[in-house]
Design a protein around this ligand. Sequence first.
Ligand code: URA
Length: 231
Amino acid sequence: MRLDKYLADILNLSRTDAKKIIKQKKVSVNEEISTNTNLIIDEINDIIKVDNIKMEYKKYIYLMLNKPRGYLSATFDKSDHTVIELIPNNFKMKDLSIVGRLDKDTEGLLLLSNDGSFIHNLTSPKKHISKKYYVEYSGTLKENACELVKEGINIDNEYTTLPGLLEPINNNSAYITIYEGKFHQVKKMFEYLNTKVTYLKRVKIGNLELSNLKMGETKELTNEELEKLKG
Ligand code: URA
């Protein structure tokens, strides 16, 4: 990989700015200052330092964000705030994608990655990865709501949800676990059950729970957490 591309990727710089820091003699390759922007480096084995700080090259990144309401699950939007604005610059790798969107007014566990096969494994409709939500609602749930969720609910005459799990907490809150991720699915299911969702938060994907991140905070997944998503 070219040195300027490497620096642009890892430091989230434009190519022009990457070339600039090379010309400014801030970059060393294997302990020797390099001013050659075209230099081909081995990103795995060469030791690259910027201002004497060793760069850790990672091809793939796996992030967990505690999404606040008011942000679109998108990488760019002309008028709305997007979750990408919440990601610290050092994590803003190229090609970062959102793994399973949340509505603008939904909070909670959102994953982002640039690893295509990881994204596919979690979002493919064939994989049936579980998603657990904490829901607050107005109205009274149908008496047999738990059975209906377990049997599958017909949404808009278009599809029937896979058997899910409804766990009421009290008269206006519950947990629901679903196994697909259709547009507004939880809201539509609660509508079918005679209620209206007033607050929605994703708390778990597969075996991975939202850790105690503050609202709007991001962290890299540990290997142990990644294993939980595979298991
Ligand atoms: N179901 C919804 O209705 N909205 C979400 O954001 C996620 C699941």
